[in-house]
Design a protein around this ligand. Structure first.
Ligand SMILES: *Cc1c(COP(=O)(O)O)cnc(C)c1O
Length: 435
């Protein structure tokens, strides 16, 4: 492992004042060992750490940076907004503009409310679904992450399709008991659950392309079953597109699959690198939110001028440049190169991918749900990860996260990542291969 003395010292200092030294746990390298580089700045597809190392960034702040770092249009929009004041707690035209851009682009969204994070979007959408249906139970899928919402921090019970148990201290069992945790991509389990409890289910929430157990695309038939059953039983279907929204296509995963959810949660890209979330859907449902309706949800900094400016600039650039077919082409080339490198080294891997989201799973078997993802060789992944980092390729520091391409990545960046992957797989092989 390469030495990063300044980052090491910075991490030690951070740990004195911040729990674990980080403000979000995934950043701490807990899953791969070692200590994280501290970042000094980013530009385009690159990051520089405080030790002066440069990396090709395949994390993109875990999804938002689809245009790369410091895109000139985003920076200019931020500068302009900054001069005019950073928060008013009163309506602004920019909020309407961002809402309009989202409604024009995301098929299911007729009205949208802006919040400050993906977590907040999900929490609010769940409250709305429960307020609208007058029901309590929520269905989620093992391996999908929807932010740190109490009722969704649950694990599947002893047998699948049982009510959830808390997966974190501090989540009351009573809250977890209203959550059913089912297997991703398993339509039969969903049918069985609706047969038993359908009349009590307020909503099904799903990542249509999961990115939080590594990249695991939902199957068409699975997502269609969710649409059909929720409609049949009067429950709402919520697509959590905090990650996939404006990432897989301009209209998100729902545009790709041609399936229209009742509610959609957004975040990440729509803030252009600033903290934003949003939830939207059919006007008739959204009008249940205060002050149009009675479901309470509020936010002092919601629709913040800086976040809104960065979001508008990002969505406008995406609409003008439509980078999605280029991203797909580059992502396919990266996957093919990595797969060939793995085969050459005799390290059988499975690559989960949709558009510019991708995960190299250290398992020879296809990954379709959390059970198959969890069977990966995480020690082999950790070795691969650190070799990539040493060769200047910055990947997510966990087997169970997606890597992202941005419109700022070049073909040379892809070639460099493939060359580094050869070294990474050789390192895994030298350490005894996969277990
Ligand atoms: C990142 C993410 C969230 C949480 O968003 P935060 O802004 O981190 O609160 C929720 N759902 C999905 C699918 C995500 O990828």
């Amino acid at each position: 492992m390469r030495d990063r003395p300044k980052s090491l010292a910075a991490f030690e200092r951070a740990k004195r004042w911040i729990p674990g030294g980080v403000n979000s746990p995934a950043r701490a390298f807990g899953a791969v060992g070692g200590t994280p580089p501290f970042i000094a700045r980013g530009e385009g597809a690159y990051l520089w750490d405080i030790d002066g190392n440069c990396y090709i960034d395949y994390v993109g702040s875990w999804g938002p940076m689809i245009l790369g770092h410091c895109h000139p249009r985003v920076v200019a929009a931020l500068r302009e907004a900054l001069e005019k004041g950073t928060s008013f707690g009163a309506p602004t035209e920019a909020e309407t503009r961002l809402a309009e851009l989202i409604v024009e682009t995301v098929p299911s969204v007729e009205k949208v409310r802006l919040v400050n994070s993906g977590t907040e979007a999900v929490m609010s959408a769940l409250r709305l679904a429960r307020g609208y249906t007058g029901r309590s139970k929520i269905v989620k899928f093992a391996g999908c992450y929807h932010g740190h919402v109490d009722s969704l921090l649950v694990a599947a019970g002893s047998s699948a399709a049982t009510l959830g148990v808390p997966s974190s201290p501090g989540v009351p069992p009573a809250v977890a008991q209203d959550t059913l945790v089912l297997r991703y991509n398993d339509a039969d389990e969903v049918r069985e659950a609706f047969g038993r409890l359908g009349e009590q289910i307020a909503a099904v929430i799903v990542e249509p392309v999961a990115g939080n157990m590594g990249c695991v695309p939902g199957r068409q038939e699975f997502l269609q079953t969710l649409r059909d059953l929720t409609a049949q039983y009067g429950a709402l279907l919520i697509f959590d597109e905090v990650m996939s929204g404006f990432r897989l296509a301009l209209g998100g995963a729902q545009a790709l699959y041609g399936i229209t959810p009742d509610l959609t949660t957004l975040g990440k890209i729509i803030g252009g690198g600033l903290p934003v979330g949003a939830y939207g859907g059919r006007a008739e449902i959204m009008d249940h939110i205060l002050p149009a309706g009675k479901v309470f949800q509020a936010g002092t900094l919601s629709g913040n001028p800086l976040a809104t400016a960065a979001g508008i600039a990002t969505l406008e650039v995406l609409r003008e440049t439509d980078p999605f077919s280029t991203l797909e082409r580059m992502s396919r080339r990266l996957a093919a190169g990595v797969r060939a490198a793995a085969e050459e080294a005799g390290v059988p891997c499975y690559i989960g991918r949709r558009g510019s989201m991708m995960t190299i799973f250290f398992t020879p078997h296809p990954v379709a749900n959390w059970d198959s993802a969890a069977a990966c060789d995480t020690a082999a992944f950790a070795r691969f990860f650190h070799t990539m980092l040493d060769y200047g390729v910055y990947l997510p520091c966990s087997q169970f996260e997606a890597m992202f391409l941005s419109a700022a990545h070049s073909d040379e960046d892809i070639d460099a990542a493939i060359a580094a992957a050869r070294e990474g797989f050789a390192e895994v092989q030298a350490a005894g291969g996969m277990s």
